[in-house]
Design a protein around this ligand. Structure first.
Ligand SMILES: Nc1ncnc2c1ncn2[C@@H]1O[C@H](COP(=O)(O)OP(=O)(O)OP(=O)(O)O)[C@@H](O)[C@H]1O
Ligand SMILES: [Mg+2]
Length: 309
């Protein structure tokens, strides 16, 4: 079936799903059960059950400190839970190291970009390739074995850099890129391993408004080419604009989930946000109809201001 039909089917299947926290999905790619993580008495993550539908864009939202990043860390092997199991495409991944999680097809980007500043853009991309034969001592000694593969990795890196309009920067140090370009580089690097699920932690934070439209396009393109996307975002206009499903976390728990418009109108969601900050803009549909100027930079600045002690 062509990718667009698969995506349309996955999206229409979601219409039948009840708006209940932890509800089962028709075709779940990621299924988490009883995942808990506490830090010194604070339950950072306390997810009873969560399913992420394959082939759609799911937004994970919630106030600061809700546990969104910790949940990403746990699922991708960057942190260990106190309890809990999860299946990725039917394979248990609890206790599996981050590199093996990536090999299994689940990659994530970081809220604070982890591009290696003193490596070039192209070198950063090459790090995203899975099982590089050059890393194995034996094959490293047998150049003819890995040279073609190395070339294939470089070719793939270059085509992704072109897609993200970073090809002219391939020899620049990642540290010289703007915040938005680093976000793009991180997303491009995540795609080097052809993941089935990409988890993006605040892809728009700190991104110049000039780049936000193209970032949105990259995210919807990912879905339309068959990649499942789970992203964390505070910009509710963006969440409404591109997500097929929204999951709301508060104090570590999933408190609501459903289609974007329904979730934003949900009293539990409004309460979860208003409990944290009173001025949260849950998104205005009218803005989107006009083409909606999404000012992520201003939002990020406001966010940074808010986080100051
Ligand atoms: N390594 C850590 N050590 C101690 N506490 C932590 C650690 N990581 C997270 N926490 C705490 O766990 C809770 C959840 O944090 P987390 O970063 O997951 O929230 P978040 O939803 O991503 O927030 P934000 O929207 O601000 O990024 C917070 O109370 C945070 O202070
Ligand atoms: Mg976070």
């Amino acid at each position: 079936m062509p990718a667009e039909h698969v995506v349309d089917q996955a999206r229409s299947d979601l219409q039948q799903v009840a708006r209940t926290p932890g509800v089962a999905k028709p075709d779940a790619l990621l299924v988490a059960d009883g995942v808990r993580r506490s830090f010194g008495g604070v339950n950072a993550v306390d997810v009873e059950h969560l399913e992420v539908q394959r082939h759609v864009i799911t937004a994970l939202i919630g106030p600061n400190g809700a546990g969104k990043t910790t949940f990403f860390n746990l699922m991708t092997g960057f942190d260990r839970p106190d309890t809990g199991t999860w299946l990725f495409d039917g394979t248990p991944l609890s206790g599996v190291a981050a590199s093996r999680v990536a090999t299994a097809g689940m990659v994530r980007t970081f809220q604070l970009t982890k591009a290696l500043a003193r490596m070039t853009v192209l070198e950063n991309m090459r790090l995203g390739a899975r099982d590089q034969p050059g890393e194995n001592l034996f094959t490293a000694l047998v150049k003819p074995v890995w040279a073609p593969r190395e070339r294939a990795i470089t070719d793939k890196a270059m085509s992704l850099l072109e897609r993200f309009k970073l090809d002219t920067k391939k020899d620049d140090f990642a540290g010289s890129l703007s915040g938005g370009q680093r976000k793009l580089l991180e997303m491009a690097r995540a795609l080097m391993s052809d993941p089935a699920l990409v988890m993006l932690d605040e892809p728009m934070a700190g991104v110049n408004p000039a780049l936000t439209q193209s970032l949105l396009g990259h995210i919807t393109d990912l879905r339309d080419s068959g990649t499942t996307v789970l992203f964390v975002e505070h910009d509710m206009h963006m969440v409404r604009h591109i997500s097929d499903w929204v999951v709301v976390m508060a104090q570590g728990q999933v408190v609501a989930e459903g289609p974007p418009a329904a979730v934003m109108a949900d009293q539990a969601v409004i309460d979860a946000y208003l409990g944290a900050h009173h001025d949260t803009d849950l998104g205005d549909d009218a803005l989107l109809e006009e083409g909606g100027v999404i000012d992520a930079e201003a939002e990020a600045e406001a966010d940074a201001e808010e986080k100051k002690p």
